[in-house]
Design a protein. Structure first.
Length: 113
């Protein structure tokens, strides 16, 4: 994603957050799991990904409030043993699904009982 403030990706994400905020509906925005090992094996991809994570972290700080929660780090940074077919397609989604369900429950204030 181009993190230039005038890029289409930044505009779409900003508009999406604004619409969700106006709706009042609880929303969770997160970065997809990615194969960190594959990305870090390529110095250009790694530098670009670090830049994207930094930008997304700053975006999250400015926009995570009220009904909007933004998780700025890829879940691959803190969920062990996620395997990938390639850079972004998970072979074993179970742990990611469990993580995402926990986050949704926590941020939407859904009872786990």
């Amino acid at each position: 994603m181009d993190v230039n403030p005038k890029s289409w990706g930044v505009n779409i994400l900003s508009d999406l957050v604004a619409d969700l905020r106006r709706s009042g509906t609880p929303a969770l925005i997160y970065m997809i799991p990615v194969n960190i090992r594959a990305i870090e094996g390529d110095s250009i991809a790694s530098a670009n990904f670090v830049k994207l994570e930094k930008w997304f972290s700053e975006f999250a700080e400015l926009n995570s409030n009220g009904n909007i929660t933004i998780i700025s780090k890829t879940p691959s940074r803190f969920i062990d043993d996620i395997d990938f077919y390639d850079t972004s397609h998970v072979t074993n989604p179970g742990k990611f699904v469990e993580y995402l369900a926990t986050e949704i429950k926590a941020h939407a204030k859904i009872s786990t009982d």
